[in-house]
Ligand binder design. Sequence first.
Ligand code: 5GP
Ligand code: MN
Length: 331
Amino acid sequence: MLKKADIDTIDEIIRTYQQFIVTTHVNPDGDAIGSEIAFAHFLKQRKKSVKILNSSPAPDVFQFLDPNGEIEIYDASRHIEYVSNADAVFILDISDWGRLRELGEFIRGSHLTKVCIDHHPKNEPFVEHDAIYPKASSTGELIFELLHGLDAKLTTRISEALYTAILTDTGVFRYSNTTPRVHQIAAELLGRGINPQQIHKDIYENQSHARVKLMASALASLKFHYENQLATMIITQKMLAEAGASLKDTDGLSDFPRTIEGVEIALLFIELDNDRVKISFRSNGNLVINKLAQSYNGGGHAFASGATLTGTLDGVMQKVLTDAAALFRSR
Ligand code: 5GP
Ligand code: MN
């Protein structure tokens, strides 16, 4: 999957430089966190200095991948010296400046050598060294191929990080991105001493009470439109506060309405503040929804994408529901 030229370029960059930054998108998911941990540990194997700097915290369920707190939240005042002295940055699981926030602004205008490893479809170039493969199940799959190509030692920590990345981005080996290669890689990782039952437990059977309370109120908001083909759920600031939950507890909640019979598209609207609404778009595979997400400056995969819109929750919902009508008319 990964072209030899990309592997060679990355190898050369790692050999040439000493100090690295690894980063990913806001609200990182299992693929983002797993890919970062695996890649950062590989850089450490190569005796490099590396910091993982993110814009927002990882969901608690991925804590097991980072027992030593190697993932840090970027803070310009605290990290300025490290990032100014760094040579190169690896941007994983994202190829969109908007979702890199303040660190993205810094990177964009910086001297750093920039490498992107991602599986989100992208039309225009992002940085000078793009390794973007939309056919890959996950960034974790790409990191596996890269590490394999570079003769890395697949330690247990690296293996469980990559397994987590692939597990979460394939919806536990259920989505259409679950290829034979995905299972081959999983088999390889299972041979490295990882415990798949424990990993599944840590991620999916360890939900906080706050998250379950939030899920209950989100489900209570479920509504159907366009002859039940479109399902919507909302999460308001009030719902978050009442559940004692935060944004990182919302990861994965958008998947549920898609599993209801007859539903083609599920939309989850999250009120970020009085003026911004984050939408998760999910499709059952018959209707492509990333075009709609892109029309709001968002993006993602054909059947799972997202965007953040300006406006009130009611205003944004009304607009998006109106726009979504076209998807059903064109069938
Ligand atoms: P989620 O709804 O889980 O946040 O995101 C689903 C997919 O859409 C992920 O692949 C994610 O990277 C992508 N995505 C979510 N929000 C945005 C956004 O604001 N911009 C872009 N370009 N992609 C997004
Ligand atoms: Mn991913």
